[in-house]
Write a new protein. Structure first.
Ligand code: TZP
Ligand code: MG
Length: 235
């Protein structure tokens, strides 16, 4: 199994489009976010070619290794293997989880995007280490990142997320969960509080633009982490 002591509290997902990254260097932005306290990084890059993916992933891995946090690669098992990082994050239309597991081995971290109870139960049966549950709120990020992707599965909100967490609890499976989509400093505590099922809480939040597009990614990460770690005022 992949390590069980991974901290999913503040899960950074990257973006390489000019709409979000601007003309800044991704590795420097991620370095700042890691300095601010993000606990795990997913390199998600839908625009670069394979050679750039591998070289950027190697630079990102140097950053995450220094801070002893995991680096996962979105979609691309081959890039994760080339870099020797901690694992991958796959969607419903990517390489299937059992195949990814066969290729990466039992110690790799493998996360799966799920949008409903059925997808969550399947990913649990196939021994995903964690689930990216979403889309929580409407976000401009997806449209900008994957203009050609038409299978975005809609917004599930806190009610849909809670239903999924409840089903996981009932299945008795042990899987970590992060919420993704439109989460920022003003929504993060509501997401964590309102999504919680009686026996299963979210382990963290996954964030793109509220960190990557921030003027000061280090401060943004710091602020978000302290919100994630402190109980919401309305609890
Ligand atoms: N998957 C579901 S929503 C999303 C992804 C990759 C993008 C989230 O971006 P942001 O900027 O945190 O809303
Ligand atoms: Mg994918």
């Amino acid at each position: 199994m992949a390590p069980t002591n991974v901290d999913y509290s503040l899960y950074l997902v990257t973006d390489s489009t000019s709409a979000i990254l601007g003309d800044r260097d991704l590795v420097k932005v991620v370095q700042a976010a890691v300095d601010g306290g993000v606990t795990i990084v997913q390199y998600r890059d839908k625009v670069s070619d394979t050679a750039v993916l591998v070289s950027t992933a190697k630079r990102l891995h140097a950053v995450t290794q220094k801070h002893k946090i995991p680096l996962l690669i979105n979609d691309r098992v081959d890039v994760a293997l080339a870099v020797g990082c901690e694992g991958v994050h796959i969607g419903q239309d990517d390489l299937d989880l059992p195949s990814a597991r066969r290729l990466l081995g039992r110690d790799a971290m493998i996360g799966v995007t799920v949008s409903n109870v059925e997808e969550a139960q399947k990913a649990c049966r196939e021994s995903a280490d964690y689930l990216g549950v979403g889309t929580m709120f409407a976000t401009a990020t997806l449209a900008k990142v994957t203009a050609s992707k038409t299978n975005t599965k809609g917004i599930i909100g806190t009610a849909g997320t809670k239903k999924i967490l409840q089903a996981i609890a009932e299945s008795g499976r042990d899987v970590r969960t992060v919420s993704i989509g439109g989460i920022n400093a003003s929504t993060v505590q509501r997401v964590l509080f309102q999504s919680s099922a009686p026996e299963k809480k979210l382990d963290g939040v996954a964030i793109v633009s509220a960190i990557i597009a921030a003027q000061d990614p280090k401060q943004a990460a710091k602020d978000l982490l302290s919100l994630v770690k402190s109980p919401p005022p309305f609890a």
